[in-house]
Each structure stands twice: as C-alpha cells, then as structure tokens.
Write a protein that binds this ligand. Structure first.
Ligand code: PEP
Ligand code: MN
Length: 359
C-alpha cells in the first residue's frame, strides 16, 4: 500500500465511520459482514477483533491468527482498510505481516503501562496509524500516558476512542460515558482526533443513537459501531451489535453539524453542566426510591396496628415544613405544593398496595 493512501487521522473528513463485528468468528461471517457494509456505503474502516480480551476465562477469546487472512480478503474483495485490536508485541508483528492497516489498543490494555510500553516498542520505526481506547477505569492520566508512550517511540498518526468507563452501580449504560473525561482529553490534546464507540458505552442496541448523536454534536471525528450479520447469535457482545442495514439507517438519521472551535467550547461547557444535572437527577430518583421503601415499611406497620393510611395531621405538617424550606431556597410555593403532593400521592399508592397485599 502506498504511503499516500494510508489513513491519516488528522487529515480525514468527519464523520469517519468504523464498523464490523466485535469478533471475527468465521471466514464466511467476516466476508459477508464486509459485503453488506460495502453495499450500504458510508463505512471508512472495517473492524473485527481477532484476539478478544474477555473479563472471565472460558469465554470465546477470539479466533487468533487464522483470522488475519480473512481480513486480508476483506481488503482484496471489498477494498476496505482493516483494523483489529493488539494487546502484545506478537499481535503487532502478526498484524504488520498480514497488512492490517490500522491497529487499536483496547481498554483493558490501556490500563496497563507495561502492556502499552511493550506494544509501543514493537511499533517503533513503523508509521502505522494507531487508535487508543480509553482505559476501563476513569483515569485520564492513564489514557494520556498511553498516548505519550506511543508518541515517544515516534508514532504521530494517532487517534483515541472513547468507549466509556466501567462503573459497578451503573444500570443504564454498560460503560458510563463520563463525557467530561473525554472533553478533558480533547483539551489536553486538541490535535488528536477522538472517535466515539457507542457500542461499548451502551452495551445494548436501543440506546446507541443518542450516544452517537451526542458525540457528533461534540465534534468527534467519527464513530466505531459494531455490526454483525446475525447479532443475536454473535459469539461476543451480541446485545450491542446491529445488522448492516440498521447501521445504514442509523448513519442517515444522524445529524452532522459543522463544528467550529467556538461551538466546541460552548458545547463542552454545556456538557459539563448537564453532566452535573444528570448526577443530581440520579441522586433525586435514588432518594425518592428510598423514601418509597420507607413509606412501604410504614404501610406494613399501619396495617399491623389497624391504622388508616392517610393521616391528615402528618400531611399538613409535611406541607408546612416543605414550604418553609422551599421559600428559603427561592422555590415557588406552587411548585413545592405540586412536588410534595406528587410524592405523597405515590407514597399513599405504595402503602395501599401493601394494605391489599399486592407486594
Ligand atoms: C472491542 O472493541 O471489541 C473491545 C473489546 O473493546 P474495549 O477494549 O473497548 O472493551
Ligand atoms: Mn465488542
């Protein structure tokens, strides 16, 4: 491949779309996915994991080196540039021998400076483009450190991939985006393009779009989205992969706004503030859930003592106390009446269910 045709991250146009299966499973699956992605158009780089870092042993750990010729066939038959994950020096050497165009370092490798250093040394003297996923844990310094190790061996054609951060208590996302960390990365390295990986952030198909759109609104270079010809039967990450035709409609629905430096600054500030609001909303819901659990306990107690659910005096006292607090905080009386009434109604409903033995 001639040097001029190599992907140069800070020269390509947005949106730069990377797609393909989480894992290469069989030659037929890889080639059929590539065929369908070629047909829909709009995909700039074909991905497939050859070596898969899995959290637990005995999961499918990738087909290994036999999958590399499949990626070569994807290049030959469909003209795609191809990329895969490398996690050690041997992977790097094998990829170089098989003409893999772009490499990426996975989230479980970015966390480990020994691993990144080994990969960096194996890459020394090459000019291959490399993408660095954020580390699993929300540690900006580790992400920056990985990029620095690659820069120190002379690599200049770099991009980073934002794939979210693991969070044990998170239910909505598989990996919480924590946009503010990505934004800090961008501020630190404005010249390194950032790509969003909604698949690993979301872990499920139904919410991919909003994450992808947000990344586009923030001026990210592009997206890495996993696609599979038969997602439900995928050997890894089946809940988050989409079929190529779905990717096609998805890419057409996304709005790609022009980004200017000023927009990015304004957007970044908005994201920072909205993240704070989201955190507060999460905490409010959590507190309301806890409040309802206590209301239910009270329901059990009232039932045992043959008391009525609605206690007028208690309600009047709550209302009065809330109004005093609200006024101090500059909230309107109407708002606080509606708010506390909604909460109180829900508590009563929950207690009624306890009385009727519904739960
Ligand atoms: C992947 O891209 O399939 C992958 C394993 O990603 P991550 O390193 O982000 O978990
Ligand atoms: Mn995956």
């Amino acid at each position: 491949m001639s040097e001029s045709k190599q992907i140069v991250f800070n020269k390509i146009q947005r949106p730069f779309i990377i797609s393909g299966p989480c894992s290469a499973e069989t030659e037929q699956q890889v080639l059929q996915t590539a065929k369908e992605l070629k047909e829909i158009g709009g995909v700039n780089l074909f991905r497939a994991g050859i070596w898969k870092p899995r959290t637990r042993p005995d999961s499918f750990e990738g087909v290994g080196v036999i999958g590399l010729p499949w990626l070569q066939k994807v290049k030959e038959e469909y003209g795609f540039k191809v990329t895969t994950e490398v996690a050690n020096a041997r992977h790097v050497d094998l990829c170089m021998k098989h003409g893999i165009d772009v490499l990426w370092i996975g989230a479980r490798s970015t966390v480990n400076p020994f691993v990144v250093q080994e990969i960096a040394e194996a890459l020394k003297g090459t000019s291959i483009p490399v993408m660095v996923k954020n580390p699993i844990n929300p540690d900006l310094a580790l992400w920056i450190g990985a990029v620095e190790r690659l820069q120190k061996v002379g690599l200049t054609n770099l991009a980073v991939i934002h794939r979210g951060f693991s969070n044990l208590s998170e239910k909505y996302y598989r990996n919480t985006p924590q946009w503010q960390i990505a934004i800090e990365f961008i501020s630190h390295y404005p010249e390194i393009p950032i790509i969003c990986d909604p698949s690993h952030i979301c872990g499920r198909r139904d919410i991919l779009f909003d994450v992808a759109q947000k990344a586009m609104d923030l001026g990210y270079l592009g997206l890495m989205i996993e696609s599979h010809i038969d997602p439900d039967n995928a050997w890894s990450d089946s809940a988050q992969q989409i079929k190529p035709p779905k990717l096609n409609s998805f890419l057409h629905e996304l709005v790609y706004r022009d980004t200017h430096a000023d927009d990015a600054v304004i957007q970044n500030e908005l994201v920072r503030l909205r993240d704070k609001i989201d955190q507060i909303d999460d905490a409010i819901i959590q507190l309301i859930v806890e409040r309802m659990l206590i209301a239910k306990d009270i329901g059990v107690y009232k039932k045992a003592h043959n008391m009525t659910i609605f206690q007028a005096k208690r309600w009047a006292a709550i209302l009065k106390r809330m109004h005093i607090l609200a006024e101090k905080g500059g909230l309107s009386g109407d708002f606080i009446t509606q708010y506390i009434k909604a909460i109180h109604d829900e508590s009563i409903d929950q207690q009624e269910r306890v009385m009727k033995d519904e739960n």
